[in-house]
Design a protein around this ligand. Structure first.
Ligand code: HEC
Length: 195
């Protein structure tokens, strides 16, 4: 062993141990602000953004994309989107929601961005950790998720009226009721009237 190597290695070990103890002390002290209204420091935000992008791209890479131009598929996706996604991702006919301003990270406005089909499918199916984006794969099969992806390809080109029209024609979403306009008929849960 070279004479300088031993103190060098000991120095590295001591630094690593100090970093470990420091990190643990920081975590346990509870000084970190976990609030969604306190944004990450810039380097942390930058690191998390790269982590998210790299993870999505690499996990989505092997997916086989079906025919997204199929009108039936787009129509089905419109119904799904109207029932489950609008409060967070907006519509051409609804530009604000109560939940959206408080979300961190902010959900993308899907009426403004063209999403990559593979990345969108993966993100919808598996969700995104430590964000509000749920994993819909637990309650929806792959063809249903592809229908949402197909609709997302069209969404940025729709006017408010075109959006309302396509949702009105869409088959209802039977899987889930989040209280959206297109979900259960009004008063479905009311007890039968007694005379
Ligand atoms: C409760 C809020 C919420 C709901 C409901 C929600 N999302 Fe999201 N979604 C998010 C957030 C927040 C992000 C961004 C996460 C991030 O950047 O780490 C996101 C990200 C996405 C992305 C990734 C976009 C990209 O390429 O970066 C897609 C696609 C998406 N959502 C589609 C949907 C669809 C389709 C639905 C309905 C089935 C839905 N979301 C429902 C909050 C939500």
């Amino acid at each position: 062993m070279k004479p300088w190597l031993r103190p060098f290695l000991l120095g590295m070990l001591a630094t690593a141990a100090l970093l470990g103890v420091g990190t643990l002390a920081f975590v346990y002290a509870g000084r970190y602000d976990i609030g969604a209204d306190a944004p990450h420091a810039r380097p942390v935000a930058a690191l998390l953004t790269v982590l998210r992008e790299r993870s999505l791209r690499s996990h989505a890479a092997g997916l086989q994309v079906p025919d997204l131009a199929d009108p039936q598929r787009i129509l089905q996706g419109a119904g799904q989107y109207a029932a489950m996604c609008t409060q967070c991702h907006l519509t051409p006919a609804m530009r604000h929601s109560e939940i959206r301003p408080g979300l961190y990270p902010q959900p993308p406005d899907l009426t403004r961005v063209h999403v990559d089909p593979k990345v969108a499918f993966w993100a919808i199916k598996h969700g995104i950790k430590m964000s509000a984006m749920p994993a819909w794969g637990g309650s929806h099969d792959d063809p249903t998720i592809w229908s949402m992806v197909a609709f997302l390809q069209k969404l940025p080109d729709l006017s408010a009226q075109q959006y309302r029209d396509i949702v009105a024609r869409a088959p209802p979403d039977d899987d889930m009721d989040m209280g959206g306009e297109a979900a259960a008929p009004p008063h479905a849960a009311d007890p039968p009237a007694v005379h």
